[in-house]
Design a protein around this ligand. Sequence first.
Ligand SMILES: [Fe+2]
Ligand SMILES: [Fe+2]
Length: 266
Amino acid sequence: MKTQRVLEISSKLDLGGIDWDVAANAGLTNEEEFVLTYFTDIEGQTIMYMRDILHTTAVDDPEVIGFLSAWNYEEYFHGEALSKVLEVCGTRLEPNRIAEVRRRATFKEKFLAWLTSKVSRLLNERFVTLYMTWGAVQEFTTHSGYQRIRDTTSNPVLDEICKRIMKQERVHFSWYYNNAKKRLEENPSHRKLVRFMLERFWSPVGAGVKTNEEVARLFSGLFGDDYKDELIEEVDQKIGQLPGMDGIKIMGSWFGANLQPLIAKS
Ligand SMILES: [Fe+2]
Ligand SMILES: [Fe+2]
């Protein structure tokens, strides 16, 4: 999807016709409460992630500037909508939640953000291609997460809100993916680095501000063993269709190293 098109259709999440009393009556399970808090936190951190991206060479690309503006706006309202679902169902998050969650960012996360800005200058155009491909993976997994919430919830309002959010997440994914594809096609010399960085350094959305235990709980609770493996395969397959990424393994190694020991323990 072209940036101009994203900007044309970009909008605040439409909550027209949402009946909050129905949401409250249906309620949430304890696990849904945990999952929605996780998702609200991650959506809310978009502006912090954007601040980090603004320190990299990705913003030398005018397409990126246009997209980021619309993307950040939309993600903010995803967080707001989820937080409202939590609130009407009895869980009120702190008003300064976004800053609080950011404070929990690990030293590693902050160091990586600093390092990324420096490395981006060295990698230059190759960094932009990496950023696009990385973004495609993150939007894809987020979209799958919302789909799992829809598949498992018995709250009709949560289902409807996730459906509306997913429509925007698809646009985000499509923008990242198509740009990654174009850049990898046009620049064969970028492929090796993108592949190496994803295979070596990828981590799930939220891994920097959530503990490994929280990430493990999210993935094992929301996806379960069967769907988790399905998700890993789907991501590898989708990204594997990009030039130079055939047979790539992105999520599997991260899960094996970081989550498998925790899931086995619990
Ligand atoms: Fe979102
Ligand atoms: Fe998104």
